[in-house]
Design a binder for this molecule. Structure first.
Ligand code: SAH
Length: 287
């Protein structure tokens, strides 16, 4: 059962929410349901053929914010990114649609906007980076695969490491509620600014140390971390619902990171280590 959550506290300046959000419905992609992928792939194909078959010119052109929302150039280039994700093995249609719906170029500096749909991580300031699209999609697909709810939609999700807010925006299309926590005030503020125009009523930004999770929102159907430490903080597994899944980078003794999938089953915790990844470090405290 979902219990309504009060806005997170900020009396001690330790943890605060993005403030009350208007009760607008979540703004979804401009296409409807499954037709979105089909439409955007078709648009991408058109863009490709206009450029002698490789579509590279589209990626080099700077975006003009506001000039092309929906089915313009940015939509075509994003569709191209989605098609590449599918080619790389991301099969989950919901994840692909969510990746296609969020304008990644709005989350990075204007100077980097022309690289926003390349499969590359990009700096977001404060020494942090936005993960590359294939890693975001991979982690979200792992969450979807762990889903035990027949609705196909993730329930409440906790994200550790809001960064610029991009992944939180993608998650808003997959989950009923997204609680996203960031330890750096500057990035928390930046994410709030980036997300404000999207009016995603189900995204709640929290400022605080994610090592402690966010008990008020627990239990979570899923927890996803964008920063890796040497161990999974106990609070995370405690706040994971039975039947829930956690995906996070985990560092071994040599400092190498691998993607860890942790399932909380009625029988206990089950951990699987997957491929090598490179995430920024999980740090304690706030800054
Ligand atoms: N998902 C983000 C990626 C951000 S990079 C995006 O889409 O932009 C990882 C982020 O984790 C950084 O912003 C870093 O400051 C944050 N981080 C590291 N340790 C943290 C902690 N203990 N609690 C909350 N955030 C943390």
């Amino acid at each position: 059962m979902k219990t309504p959550l009060k806005p997170p506290f900020d009396s001690a300046g330790k943890l605060s929410s993005a403030g009350s959000r208007p009760a607008f419905p979540v703004q979804l992609n401009s296409g409807k349901g499954n037709s979105f992928a089909t439409k955007t792939v078709a648009a991408a194909a058109r863009a490709t053929s206009n450029n002698g078959g490789n579509g590279q010119n589209d990626l080099k052109k700077p975006f003009q914010p506001g000039a092309s929302d929906g089915f313009g150039l940015d939509s075509a280039v994003r569709a191209r990114m989605v098609r590449r994700l599918a080619e790389q093995g991301v099969l989950d249609a919901r994840v692909l649609a969510a990746m296609g719906a969020v304008q990644r170029h709005h989350f990075v500096d204007t100077a980097l906007a022309n690289m926003a749909y390349e499969d590359t991580s990009l700096p977001i300031g404060f020494g942090q980076t936005i993960s590359k699209p294939s890693v975001v999609a991979r982690m979200l697909e792992l969450l979807q695969q762990g889903l035990t709810d027949a609705s196909g939609r993730l329930g409440r999700v906790l994200e550790i490491g809001t960064g610029c807010g991009y992944q939180a925006a993608v998650l808003s299309h997959l989950a009923t509620e997204v609680y996203s926590m960031e330890r750096l005030r500057g990035l928390h503020d930046k994410a709030r600014e980036n997300l404000r125009p999207l009016r995603l009523a189900n995204v709640h930004l929290l400022f605080g140390d994610g090592m402690h999770g966010f008990a008020k929102g627990a239990p979570y159907a899923a927890i996803i971390a964008a920063a890796g430490g040497e161990a999974i903080p106990p609070a995370w597994t405690e706040q994971l619902a039975v039947g829930g899944r956690l995906v996070a980078p985990l560092q071994d003794a040599s400092g190498a990171q691998a993607l860890a999938v942790i399932d909380r089953t009625p029988q206990g915790i089950r951990q699987t280590l997957l491929e090598a990844v490179h995430f920024v470090p999980l740090k304690s405290g706030i800054g």
